[in-house]
Write a protein that binds this ligand. Structure first.
Ligand SMILES: [Zn+2]
Length: 399
């Protein structure tokens, strides 16, 4: 039986050991079991459109299983968009179903590495089994075709968050990058939010207008998430969140998951990007039309993206860490996370964070900035689990 004195001595020894641990030792120890969650990666459209095989390593794009493994990634929310500029309204549901199928098929093809997860408990179980949880998210409320039955069908297929709008305003919610026609969320938009709460589908406010954000906070009974947005205080663009919004999100129990596009992290890069974006997109659209039968067309597309990408000023991992640190200082480490937007940002990645294999560099960065083990674990993944669990509880109470 140990005495109180022995117990206190033991505690002292643990504290001393922790003190004498080097940054490298701490880094290695954390990486042994830390849960790393990325709340927004767009790989499914490459799988469907370009036959991209997530199981083999590539020297382009930002995500595949070998690199997820090297990056110690435990869970990924794969984005399912149906862009109105590429798909007419009558194809939005079909396009969504094709991309949802791609995630399920990825998991079927690589069961040792991936499993489709639909609860926070699934994520922690898969992490213990050393497999990667693949989750599904819908990127744009227009994809439910103004029909709550389709929203429920998406949930049954495994969709666990929906971004209320994409780049365009839809029939019930204003986007932050389009005309405001509803003064935020319409009456039906509030109904969508409440149905999502009832189902246990998280409400994502990345992409929405400021007024839609505040309306969603008011309408939702569960914490919200910004699955891939950064901070306006450091890079003032509509896709990022103001300090006021981040405070409101934190008061609601939610989390902002930082977008790693350098156009969202750094104001100079953002400015250059906005200047060339339309021209680049036209060039790519022309190429894909004129080279429709050319097997090299996607390689040619990437070459165009890279040519424009080189016009951007260099931005490195420190800028991503500054955004995380800004949120943590403003509202606490319970409200910051990681939502890279990899495979959706045309290669505009920071130096030192070029793909999913580099996430451990964020762990090292947070150690060097003085964050505790507990706070690093929250930021890298546990904050998502908290929001997801709370959404599951609210759903249980309301259905
Ligand atoms: Zn997006």
């Amino acid at each position: 039986m140990s005495t109180r004195r022995e117990f206190l001595c033991g505690l002292g020894a643990v504290a001393l050991a922790a003190q004498s641990e080097s940054t490298e030792q701490r880094f290695d120890r954390l990486l042994r079991d830390i849960l790393i969650v990325d709340t927004h990666i767009d790989t499914p459209w490459y799988v469907v459109d370009e036959g991209y095989d997530i199981g083999v390593e590539h020297d382009y794009y930002e995500t595949d299983i070998p690199r997820l493994r090297r990056g110690h990634v435990g869970a990924v929310f794969f984005g399912v968009p149906a862009q109105p500029q590429e798909h007419p309204p009558h194809l939005w549901v079909e396009r969504s179903l094709d991309l949802i199928d791609a995630v399920h098929e990825m998991a079927r093809r690589y069961p040792k590495d991936l499993e489709v997860a639909s609860t926070a408990a699934d994520i922690t179980r898969l992490h213990r089994e050393r497999r990667i949880a693949a989750l599904i998210s819908i990127e744009g409320g227009h994809q439910i075709q103004d029909d709550l039955r389709i929203l429920r069908d998406y949930f049954r297929l495994g969709v666990r968050y929906m971004t209320l709008t994409h780049f365009k305003t839809n029939n019930w919610a204003d986007s932050g990058t389009d005309r405001a026609v509803h003064n935020g969320l319409s009456r039906f938009g509030r109904e969508v939010v409440r149905e999502m709460n009832r189902l246990g589908m998280m409400v994502d406010i990345s992409h929405v207008s400021d007024k839609t954000f505040y309306d969603a906070i008011e309408a939702s009974r569960a914490p919200l998430m910004a699955s891939h947005s950064s901070c306006r205080a450091l890079c003032d663009i509509p896709r990022n969140m103001s300090d006021g919004m981040i405070r409101a999100l934190a008061a609601n129990g939610g989390v902002i998951f930082i977008n790693l596009s350098i156009a969202y992290l750094d104001p100079k890069a953002g400015q250059v990007f906005v200047g060339y974006r339309d021209q680049r997109d036209r060039e790519i659209a022309d190429l894909l039309v004129h080279q429709a039968g050319n097997p090299k067309r996607f390689e040619m597309k990437r070459a165009i993206q890279q040519r424009y990408r080189r016009m951007l000023p260099p931005v490195d991992i420190k800028m991503a860490l500054r955004h995380i640190d800004h949120v943590a200082k403003l509202v606490g480490p319970d409200h910051a996370g990681l939502g890279s937007d990899f495979d959706g940002i045309s290669g505009m990645v920071p130096q030192g964070l070029e793909d999913v294999s580099k996430f451990p560099a964020l762990v090292r960065g947070l150690i060097e900035m003085g964050y505790s083990d507990g706070d690093i674990r929250k930021i890298m993944g546990e904050n998502l689990l908290r929001v997801m669990r709370r959404n599951e509880e609210v759903a249980k109470q309301t259905s």
